[in-house]
Design a protein around this ligand. Structure first.
Ligand code: P1T
Length: 408
């Protein structure tokens, strides 16, 4: 406990590199070993060194869970085989008939899981930015509020504190998908959320080479119920995947700084560009939820979305024309990606309240040199127009929140 308390006194960047990652007591190895053993010796029945069978617990997984739990300011962390496996585990906390309030902009796969797999759970898509309207029309059977902030793909920012206060007055659990912000920019448990979930496939892993999920909770009984379900249903990650995710986490804070500053360079280009109809980025003063983002985030993130003039055909043309931004699903890794949500990541939301505009393009801005990223988008948008560099609506430095240390 003393050691843990000391670790929690470290700044975020230090914790990311050291918590749960003490040198291996057997060999002194500085890097957490990949523990491949599926089973562990017992000296007598039930007498073991903390591990019995690798579905129930694994040393490499423990290192990852200990580290990311600390980063999320959580007492408990559980890692999963994917983000959706983590989400599935959380939804299994609910008894049949418990309503899930889902924000009206969210990852299409989350919507599919709630609406088509957990069919015993009624759901409503609601505007979580209008807390007064939600309070006035609160469905009595609500058991859980599920929110992303910033949302995928419109980057709407929800006031976590306000929604948590409302939900808790009605006895509902609050789940925050922190995939887009990461704990480097936002720590939802400190703002009143009950559960944090991640697609670790994204910024936590950070290199597009591992699929994973993560759940962080502070409440002991919630943790116990989640662990029971994870062990009983078995959606655990492989030790190698835990190693890769932990390796990614070590550089999370540094990467996020660069993702954010590169995103600003891209926003500078897009705002006011003649091909662009509207830019979605939480730092823009008129962005939905800008005030909440400014209050609860250390910086505004590496995701940028925009709609283009000329409809879906023009959007599809642009995403096919970038050379540095790779046309691909997923996000949050070192390389920049571009995609067309209506036909790719959010196709499963077509015809639902979560449907996205078909002239929308989503960018996951990587950590390459910003000039190369801006030049690539400029050529893909078809133009010689360099609005950002000519100073059009450059985001003022004074508006930027401090980055860097986001310690305890
Ligand atoms: O892909 P998986 O690790 O199972 O995570 C699902 C998931 C959960 N939450 C959010 C906010 C997500 O964005 C995702 C996955 N999203 C994509 C693959 C994408 O390109 O948007």
């Amino acid at each position: 406990m003393g050691e843990r308390a000391a670790q929690l006194g470290w700044a975020f960047e230090t914790q990311a590199i050291h918590v749960g990652q003490e040198a291996d007591p057997a060999t002194g190895a500085v890097v957490t070993p990949i523990s491949l053993s599926t089973t562990f010796r017992q000296h007598a029945v039930g007498q073991h060194q903390g591990y019995e069978y690798s579905r129930s617990g694994n040393p490499t997984r423990t290192a990852l869970e200990t580290c990311v739990a600390a980063l999320e300011r959580a007492g408990h962390g559980l890692s999963f085989a994917s983000g959706l496996a983590a989400e599935d585990n959380i939804l299994r906390l609910l008894a049949p008939g418990g309503r899930v309030l889902l924000g009206n902009d969210a990852y299409g796969g989350t919507f599919r899981l709630i609406s088509r797999v957990h069919t015993a759970l009624p759901w409503s898509a609601v505007d979580l930015l209008d807390v007064d309207a939600l309070a006035a029309d609160w469905p009595a059977d609500t058991a859980m509020v599920w929110l992303e902030t910033p949302t995928n793909p419109l980057l709407r920012c929800v006031d976590i504190e306000a929604v948590a206060a409302l939900a808790h007055r009605h006895g509902a659990l609050v789940v925050v998908d922190n995939t887009f912000a990461t704990p480097a920019l936002q720590q939802p448990l400190t703002l009143g959320a009950d559960v944090v979930v991640h697609s670790a496939t994204k910024y936590l892993g950070g290199h597009s080479d591992v699929v994973g999920g993560f759940v962080a909770v502070d409440d002991d009984s919630l943790a116990e119920r989640l662990r029971f379900t994870q062990n009983a249903a078995g959606a655990v990650p492989a030790p190698f995947d835990c190693y890769l995710t932990l390796r990614g986490v070590k550089t999370l804070a540094l990467r996020m700084e660069r993702h954010c500053s590169n995103a600003r360079a891209v926003v500078d280009l897009l705002v006011g560009h003649p091909s662009v109809e509207r830019v979605y980025y939480p730092q823009l003063p008129d962005h939905p939820g800008h005030a909440a983002a400014a209050k609860q985030m250390n910086d505004f993130g590496g995701m940028v979305s925009f709609t283009v003039r000329g409809g879906a055909a023009r959007a599809m043309d642009i995403v096919a024309r970038t050379e540095l931004f790779t046309l691909a699903e997923s996000l949050g890794a070192v390389e920049s990606l571009i995609e067309h949500p209506a036909r790719m990541t959010h196709a499963s939301a077509a015809g639902s309240p979560l449907e996205v505009p078909d002239n929308l393009i989503r960018l996951s801005v990587g950590i390459e040199h910003p000039d190369d990223l801006v030049a690539d988008l400029e050529q893909a948008l078809g133009g010689s127009v360099r609005t950002g560099r000519s100073g059009c609506r450059r985001v003022a430095a004074a508006e930027r929140p401090p980055t860097g240390r986001s310690g305890p």
